[in-house]
Design a protein around this ligand. Structure first.
Ligand SMILES: *Cc1c(COP(=O)(O)O)cnc(C)c1O
Length: 419
């Protein structure tokens, strides 16, 4: 049945999918077509249930289908779906973000992470009057032209070094530099953008004091520091990566968790910087569906489910999962590292933790991941169909679910080493 759906999908959508990471190109086989999801589980069109670690690649931090979010969506939708005029919920959403993230005085709500990073770059250029931007290889910032150079996530796993269709002129001002090395900056550079905790080339944490050193380097040259917290925001801890690492950027980009599973992104920063955004300032950015009432309702409901104790729980869950995986691989004699920072983790089938994209690529492309992926899927655990993605345990992943997962991983590892 998945095969039939795939053939039908492939006739009308490129690769049968609406986002390349969803295709099974890098692991082989046929994607499952999801019919519903609840808590830590998804069900496919053939009636199979899986323990899900994709979790929509981040948004579903409270688990799938939490009643509080569904209620909020139902209530909001009864009042209309979009107005093109300001609402109270938008104020509440902006306040909620600004209260949680120290340094964010003002935000602009948009409809995706891509819009957030794209506009943060425009804003940085507008504020500084400079053109060049610096990004790290293996960091993914969505699919805006100027940022599609040496990206992680789907850009990495489809084997595309950037993207065709992006003119050389669009990336002419993008400087790509290796992660965990302080880049050379100068006064022609508007911004340095990064994932403060990269999670789109697997999890490859910053080395000790690296973010602090970047902060200093940016200040020396008047370069704006942009944290792309589309994954880490409201996930790593209440205040995201800037709180976790104790380093404040000049601009923040958010997405994923803040939409509660609906399309939503945001960028924000100090009152001074955000005053450059139209209509206050001359950096233009707009959106018909920005601050959409249903998306803001869902996002607000999700943020209200997240507090200090839920973050402790989330981290414990991730720790149990990471330690369980690590032990399974060790016992089976499979070379693997399971990097984890707070509630985020990933798996590299190698004996040494990668510290940059080159090392991550070598580890990710050795052919072991697809094998593990399919052994897990067959037994009812859905990991992302690509070796560069993080695992996203949620508040719905109980100890029992984690232990089930580890038991299944043990069987998978046994089968992998049988030959
Ligand atoms: C997912 C992601 C984006 C893009 O967000 P979309 O909502 O998919 O456009 C940008 N940056 C990071 C770090 C991401 O993980």
């Amino acid at each position: 049945m998945s095969k039939e759906l795939l053939s039908r999908a492939e006739l009308v959508m490129p690769g049968g999918v609406n986002s390349p990471v969803r295709s099974f190109r890098s692991v082989g086989g046929t994607p499952y077509f999801v019919t519903r999801a609840e808590g830590p589980h998804i069900w496919d069109s053939e009636g199979n249930r899986y323990i899900d670690y994709v979790m929509s690649y981040g948004p579903a931090i409270a688990g799938h289908c939490p009643p509080q979010i569904i209620d909020a969506i139902q209530q909001a939708s009864g009042n209309g779906t979009s107005y093109g005029a300001p609402t109270l919920a938008e104020i509440e959403m902006a306040e909620e973000i600004s209260v949680r993230v120290d340094g964010v005085d003002m935000v602009r709500l948009v409809s995706s992470g891509t819009e957030a990073t794209m506009t943060a770059i425009r804003l940085a250029r507008g504020v500084t009057g400079r053109d060049k931007i610096v990004k790290f290889s293996g960091h993914y910032h969505g699919h805006a032209d100027s940022l599609l150079a040496a990206g992680g996530s789907g850009v990495a796993n489809q084997g595309i070094s950037g993207s065709s269709g992006v003119p050389a002129s669009a990336v002419a001002d993008t400087i790509v530099t290796p992660w965990n090395q302080i880049p050379e900056l100068d006064k022609s550079i508007a911004a340095l953008i990064l994932e403060p905790l990269p999670a789109n080339m697997g999890v490859v944490p910053p080395s000790e004091n690296f973010l602090k050193d970047l902060r200093i380097a940016c200040e020396q040259h008047g370069v704006l520091l942009i944290f792309d917290e589309v994954i880490t925001g409201f996930r790593l801890t209440m205040g995201g990566a800037s709180q976790w690492y104790g380093v404040q950027p000049d601009l923040w980009c958010f997405g994923k968790v803040i939409g509660g599973g609906l399309p939503m992104g945001a960028y924000g920063g100090s009152r001074e910087i955000m005053s450059h955004v139209a209509p206050l300032g001359d950096v233009y950015q707009a959106g018909t569906l920005s601050g959409n009432p249903i998306a803001t309702a869902a996002g607000l409901a999700q943020l209200k489910l997240l507090n200090a104790s839920t973050y402790i729980k989330l981290e414990k869950t991730a720790e149990r999962l990471a330690e369980g995986f690590a032990l399974v691989f060790k016992d089976a004699g499979i070379d693997a590292v399971v990097p984890r920072v707070g509630p985020l983790l990933s798996i590299f089938f190698t004996d040494q933790q990668p510290s940059n994209f080159d090392e991550a690529q070598i580890a990710a492309e050795n052919g072991v991941y697809p094998e593990f992926f399919h052994h897990m899927l067959k037994r009812g655990v859905a990991l992302a169909p690509g070796p560069y993605e993080a695992l996203f345990p949620s508040l719905a992943h109980t100890e029992e679910i984690i232990d089930q997962t580890i038991g299944i991983a043990r069987d998978a590892a046994a089968e992998m080493t049988k030959r």
